[in-house]
Design a protein around this ligand. Sequence first.
Ligand code: ATP
Ligand code: MG
Length: 835
Amino acid sequence: MMTMTQDWLNHLNNAQRQAVTHPAGPLLVLAGAGSGKTRVLTHRIAYLIAEEGVAPHQIVAMTFTNKAAQEMRERVDHLLEGQAPGQGSQVTISTFHSLGARILRRHAPAAGLSWSFSIYDDADQRRLITRVLDEAGDERARADVRRLQSYIDACKNRGWTPDQAHEHAHDARAEADAELYAHYQRALAQAGAVDFGDLILGVLSLFRNHPQLARQYSSRWQHVLVDEFQDTNPAQYEFLDHLTSVHNNLTVVGDDDQAIYRWRGATVANILGFEDANESAARVKLEQNYRSTSLILEAANDVIARNDRRHAKKLWTERQGGEPIVAFTGADDREEAAYVAETIFDMTRQGADYDDFAIFYRTNAQGRLFEEQLRSWGVPYRIVGGLSFYAREEIKDLLAYLRCALNPNDDVATARVINTPRRGVGKTTLEKLAQATSVQGVESLQNALLLALEDRPAQNDLFATRRPRPRNPAERMLVETVEELSGVSRRGIQEFWEILQATRDDLLHYEELTPILERLIERISYFEHLERTDSESAEDRIRNVGELLSAIEEFERDPNSIALIEAVQEAMPDDLDDLLTTAPASLRLRAFLDRSALVQSTDQEGASGQAVTMMTIHGSKGLEFRTVFVAGLEEETFPSLRDQNDAEELAEERRLAYVAITRARDRLYLTNARRRRVYGQFKDTVPSRFLLDIAPERLIIDPRSAAKELDYARDRRQRLGHPSHEFPAPQIPAQHSPGFDFNQAPAADEAFSQESFAQEQPDWESNFSQTPDAWDVRTTPTGDDQLIGATVSHTKFGIGEVVAISGQGDKARLTIDFPAVGQQTVIRKFLKILG
Ligand code: ATP
Ligand code: MG
């Protein structure tokens, strides 16, 4: 056994060390944001290897994104640098889906799949559902496709096969849905494909049917570790159950307050019930937050404290105080975005890095205005999420060609490209051919195409028998279709078929994928097609295709992917009599297609260099940034509630707010807009309840804000009138600092620097925290400025006498002698002139 000389174990607090060195058996770390849960996992992996003598290949860790997996691998490698260099990369660190894909790929026949099965993404899945509905002559509207997609996903998230879905169906509609699910699974099987949900459910079925295989995996991976456990679903839980069946060495870390994937079938019951389900489970609490300042943590707590049925957690930080949280309200959403862009611009000019910043919003659509503004300020940004690279039309087209060359049954891919670029195969022809796939012996679109091409269809049974009447409508359709095929369609089909065959030849003759794709692009004149279809976007699209070629090249050089390819190859029987499937290029292609299917929109594919990060809050889990902007804090935008009375939905939105706020290390900006354009129309907004939940003394309002203190106070007062929204009594700090000087604050059109806040320690907090009436003072009409000697009243300092004035009007600075607190300089507008 190696001894650990690294001092990294000393860089953990006691509780963390306890979790890291936990001997064996189930371990739960349930702790708040930024308390080092992820750090515990990386250290534990390193500890197991360096101290416990566990071999890296005996450890498997699950993360929520591929990017998180990559980061964890690098950290482990880094920790082991001195002692066991390079061992981190031998640990299996993966998302559930990637691991599922890997296991299915290795045991394809046992899972009822061909070696060349395809992985369908969201859009492929919808196409297939549509086809299944069409084939079944189902009257249900196309609009139902998305609902059915959610239904099928929900079943798979629960670990239900169609049979189990049937058992759980208690009314006619649920039965019809379960029936459709069964149809859909058959169509998938026929297409030699799995969807995303199958990457888990397929493994569950495999393990249920072959328990010895599950035990093999469990014996191989002696330690199983899971990050973000609060967002696992029942299917993933069962997956873990199988993986730990032999040893029960399961370490899970998570935070119930950060459960934000309920809508995807995750259940917080997994983490909250962990100890009940694992009687011997040890539990470690982490209470110190190392990420954020106390102000940020308190703000996060203000918001989350309103959720009931929480697991109460303490969280403290050594970083007392910190920069005040800044609130800003734009006159409209554009101004909000402009403010964020300008603030970032200013701060980077003062030395901050672009990487230090993140802008979070509730939905991707909000990103557009930020993009525009960042561009106009010349601030580089990367958008994480939205349409993933691999979901772009041009990328999907090319990959579909490769997919259907490799997997002749992949009907969705075949249908996608048979007429792209156009080659005269019309929609009706395609529909008829698609229907022909239900004819026994045809079964795939490519077989139907082949029939259509045969000079003498008589070679086929159906035609050979020359029955006067085909046996069923589908057969009749096929016979008619083939006979009536126009010369143009036939030529188109012929051309497509030749392209497929040529690509297959290439797969047999080349080892590397790049030349194969290049030849395909040329063969189908794809760039010309892009230019013909939309000359404006063509340049971008062609660049994306270039990017795809680079991605393939990079993939082929990556040792991880080579290992993956080799693993699949090893799993294949030697006597597999299928040249195309076993060709080296096919194996590489299969692995590349898998990886591209598993790239999540949150993986920042292709992003590099210094840039501001923009993403939805859902994508921000586990991350941290020095400065965070949480945008769109308005009712209806965030929280965004489909059902105002759904307490569960609100609780989840609140957890989202908690996640967003706790990503910030040093500075937090909360922004919103007075009015926002929704579907092209301006709509007045109401400040988000989450903003108002934060105790006012933690916030300052940027002077350029369209909503000054008055607005917040009014909203707060309104809420005071609503017992359902209990609001904490405004706190007046016992100690005060001099009143904030408006004259020194930059005017709205001047560059506004965050530094000015930091240096001057403005007293916005105290101004903001006064009783609601205080805000009315601001409306006092300005009299003339000869005031010296006048008696004035200030809500916090009390009554005093004016001794000096500088400046004019509302912004004039008055030095006032307050008997209670001595001389203070106060802005004119915060005073009531008594006489
Ligand atoms: P989240 O709930 O957001 O996923 P987490 O609990 O996983 O957060 P980490 O991301 O592991 O927290 O840690 C938060 C930050 O605190 C990281 O920058 C991490 O390096 C740092 N950190 C954690 N523990 C310590 C420690 N003992 N000493 C110094 N820094 C620490
Ligand atoms: Mg974490």
